[in-house]
Design a protein around this ligand. Structure first.
Ligand SMILES: Nc1nc2c(ncn2[C@@H]2O[C@H](COP(=O)(O)OP(=O)(O)O)[C@@H](O)[C@H]2O)c(=O)[nH]1
Ligand SMILES: [Mg+2]
Length: 388
């Protein structure tokens, strides 16, 4: 799973990226600091079944802390998207194209209203306008791609299938593409559809294929409070408040062994004696977390589990020990689309495992389940296959 962090310059994308990946990327105060897309690993959280089974786990592809399993996802931090990026302004189309492989987006906006749409310092900007700007750029970008290849589509007997092929990187089916075409009022065999309809069509495709979570950043700024109401109203519940700067400070303090930070519960324990200044900073951050003005982990989890409809399952090779054949207990946590079956899980683990699959076993009930068993979040599953 790949999440793209998008937004205009200076909204805090790299700070957020740095916080959730704890990678050191260049964070600075001027546009276009990020020259190459940065890809890093962040985590979504799920309850680890180890405590339920009364065992201790040995994770391999993820990690477990205080009963919570941290499951990796990929994140890409992209250079600021400015108005008219689709026509080559700023870093232009290269970045938009880099994003086509993302499954979903986090759109970072500056809730303090102290940066304008180009990322320059100002006062009283309307952060909600940033949302419209970025959405517009995404729609223009995709409709540009479609327009360039439109001839093939309108010549085709199956325009939906042709479209799906053309934008296959976006992961949309022929039927859905056809439905979007109809809803945008574009007629079959239309040689030159009006621009507005094309843009509408492109936006529908993005909405269906790439969920966007709005990240109202810089909520630590006192001016933020007067804008958050409007931001929440225009983002249809798909919005999280965030202070990337405070999240980064907390995760750094955790990494340096000063605190034990639980990003899911938004609380921390102090581990070391600290000086007066640090004490003050920690006490400020504690009350900030309590105020509910930042929920970075919640944002990542909602994007993965609600908007992208993923679940976490735990494949094992021994349903009695919950282990792989080396004896590692609950080694892997796999993110898989809701609605997937036991045989879909087998295919993710290994093509041979899926080819020779006979049945599966639910490690909780120890019962045999069919290949078409629909997986539930938290399932611990053994795949039994004639080929290993
Ligand atoms: N007050 C405050 N400033 C922030 C926050 N996040 C980022 N910034 C500042 O905003 C500026 C731009 O941040 P950066 O992450 O480079 O933005 P990008 O251009 O969107 O990647 C820097 O001066 C950051 O320190 C935040 O949560 N609160
Ligand atoms: Mg940046």
């Amino acid at each position: 799973m790949l999440i793209g962090i998008i937004g205009a310059p200076n909204k805090g994308k790299s700070t957020l990226f740095s916080a959730i990946t704890m990678n050191d990327v260049h964070i600075a105060d001027y546009p276009f600091t990020t020259i190459d897309p940065n890809v890093g690993v962040a985590y979504v959280t799920a309850q680890c079944p180890h405590s339920e089974f009364g065992v201790s786990c040995n994770p391999r592809n993820s990690y477990c802390k205080n009963g919570t399993r941290y499951v990796p996802i990929n994140v890409v931090d992209v250079a600021g998207l400015v108005e008219d990026a689709h026509s080559g302004k700023g870093m232009g189309n290269k970045f938009l194209n880099d994003l086509s492989t993302a499954d979903g987006f986090i759109l970072v906006i500056d809730s303090s209203g102290k940066t304008d749409k180009n990322g320059n310092k100002c006062t009283g900007a309307d952060p909600a306008e940033d949302i419209a700007l970025v959405k517009n750029e995404l729609a223009e970008w995709l409709s540009g791609i479609i327009e360039r290849h439109w001839k093939k589509v309108y010549m085709s007997e199956e325009p939906g299938a042709e479209l799906a092929k053309m934008i296959s990187g976006i992961g949309i089916s022929g039927e859905v593409a056809e439905k979007c075409l109809r809803e945008s009022g574009i007629r079959h065999r239309e040689r030159d559809p009006p621009k507005e309809q094309m843009r509408h069509f492109a936006w529908k495709i993005i909405e269906l294929s790439k969920p966007i979570s709005i990240c109202a950043n810089k909520t630590d700024d006192p001016d933020s409070a007067k804008n958050t109401g409007k931001i929440l109203a225009v983002s249809e519940g798909k919005c999280a408040l965030c202070s990337a700067a405070i999240e980064l400070a907390l995760r750094k303090a955790d990494k340096n062994g000063i605190i034990d930070y639980n990003p899911e519960k938004r609380e921390f324990k102090e581990l070391k004696e600290v000086d007066e200044a640090q004490k003050k900073a920690l006490s400020y951050m504690r009350s900030f977390l309590k105020s509910g003005k930042s929920d970075v982990q919640g944002m990542l989890n909602r994007l993965a589990f609600e908007m992208l409809e993923m679940i976490v399952v735990y494949p094992v090779e021994d349903e009695n020990k919950y282990a792989d054949h080396y004896g590692n207990i609950l080694p892997d946590a796999i993110l898989i689309k809701k609605g997937s079956t036991a045989s879909d899980l087998a295919a993710i683990i290994h093509t041979d495992l899926a080819k020779g699959m006979l049945y599966a076993v639910d490690a909780r009930s120890k019962r045999r389940i069919g290949k078409d068993y629909m997986l539930k979040g938290g399932d611990v599953i053994r795949i039994v296959s004639a080929i290993r």
